[in-house]
Design a protein around this ligand. Sequence first.
Ligand SMILES: Cc1cc2nc3c(=O)[nH]c(=O)nc-3n(C[C@H](O)[C@H](O)[C@H](O)COP(=O)(O)OP(=O)(O)OC[C@H]3O[C@@H](n4cnc5c(N)ncnc54)[C@H](O)[C@@H]3O)c2cc1C
Length: 568
Amino acid sequence: MNDVVQKPIRIVILGGGFAGVYTARYLTRLLGRRRDVEVELLSEENYFVFQPLLPEVAAGGIAATHVVNPIRELVPKVRFRCCSVAAIDFERRQVMVSQGAGLELVPVAYDHLVFCLGKVTHFASMPGVAEHALAMKDLADAFRLRNHVLRCLELADIEPDLEAKRALLHFVVAGGGFSGVETIGELAELVTRSLAYFPRIDPKEVRFSLVHAQARILPEMPESLSLAARQILERRGVDMVLGARVRAASPSAMYLHDGRALATRTFVCTVGTAPNPIVEGALAQGGFIQAQHNGRAISAFATERTLECAGRPGYWAVGDCAGIPSPTGQGLCPPTAQFAIREAKTCARNLIAAIDGTPKSPFAFRALGILASLGQRSAVAEMFGIRLTGFLAWFAWRTVYLAKLPGWVRRLRVALDWTLDLFFPRDITQLQVFQHQHLHVHHYEPGEAIVQQGQLGRELYLILKGEVEVSANGGGKRVRLGAREVFGERAVLEDTRRNATVCATQAADVLVLSRSDFHAMVKNLPVLSDYFAELLRARHPDAMPAGPAALDHLPPTPGMAPAELRPS
Ligand SMILES: Cc1cc2nc3c(=O)[nH]c(=O)nc-3n(C[C@H](O)[C@H](O)[C@H](O)COP(=O)(O)OP(=O)(O)OC[C@H]3O[C@@H](n4cnc5c(N)ncnc54)[C@H](O)[C@@H]3O)c2cc1C
């Protein structure tokens, strides 16, 4: 009798968006009761966001929690790990993830790896935009925008200065693609319907502007529908600022490349995306081929039509981080949810085929239609070759998206939100739940560990009150620190793991500064950089050269973490 138990083949999926969750769902269906294959999904959040409905969340038409589903509920038979992917060790076939309260680095082994990491918001090329613009990519963005708009209305209602009031009542969205157009349409609906509660705001004082780099909005749509969308929005009072590109932003204005400035306190930027840092890192070191669009490399994995990464068996890419040859034979598949779901199905089928040694099938799908909601019961749509505008298109839009929402419970909730919205005014409650505080004071009782040796260094600590003990080398080396002394600087500066454990020896209050804030201060304040260079030299004479030059090499932004993998 053969007693050797065969280890299951491990498929690891990175990302819990449309691409990742649907790949996992189709895999579960195809695998049934098979035990020789194990699927694990890794994602930063434990929920899946139905992004096409985010503009409606921002406008208060749908409750925020109704467009998200817990991933565990969507794919109950798949192992789920809520963590952040830090890097990939291609040689050992392991994904390095940071997880848990202490952000420990843990390896996750794979036989097949599926990249579904999407793209990230990236405003760095436009000064001030990261600081002063609002994004429209995830649930927090939508929630933040809704509360911000209501706050502007509250402030405008009591603002005596006319110029300041005008800026508060000017709502600007950059980007004439689907998310920008849908966002301005929904914002216009929210503001217009809320004005009944703000008697000191004259509707004529309210302005909406849509800034777009090209001559026509919704360039993915047939020209007649783009034009119809533009006319509908203009009738609603949206100014079209076309052929204009965003240059910068400040707290009270956004600036265009042509020299114009739009005074506004609400600037939503839907342009500015970048490849996911993990995808960029993998492309740089993993032997992958980069996809090309119109002759330019686009920092996405070039795949075969089977969804397998070109020239890299065992690696797959789906959704926005993949450059998949279009079944039409021209260009690449568009980065949309509609395509991501269909790609996921092909990928799941081909993963099983690769494991079983059966033939793989190419991705084949023609978009069924294209729809954009414009708020206030109007939309533009083309479905099965038929073009619709206005109310009929809006009805089609709602029907299609309701049908596509995963899970009956969410569908019922959204349908109820939509029904109530037809008969009742919008809720203008402004919730202030976001903490803008970057500095936190943490309290520790005697004996409590503040940092543990081996954890990733993400924060710097300043002792306000009490005393702590730093112990390195398994307790072989111990140092006590008291009020006004700092600790944790080395791991944060060098981007390595903690080399010591720190415990409170008395009740201690500790000021906690995030890694990014600390880097910004040390880089820009010579006094501080001198201080920390000196401190590093004194505390770790073996590790750092003396003087301020020691800090010249401050590590790159978080996310890419090859440095984090250095042994402590
Ligand atoms: C406002 C808006 C409206 C849209 N409207 C439409 C529409 O009407 N129709 C349509 O077809 N498409 C629409 N889209 C586009 C569509 O949502 C995207 O194409 C789709 O979400 C791409 O799916 P994805 O899984 O590839 O990426 P994403 O949905 O971006 O998912 C990426 C996942 O990876 C996870 N992740 C990233 N980095 C890490 C890491 N380091 N560690 C762990 N996890 C990580 C993220 O948390 C996320 O779960 C819209 C997009 C937006 C923003």
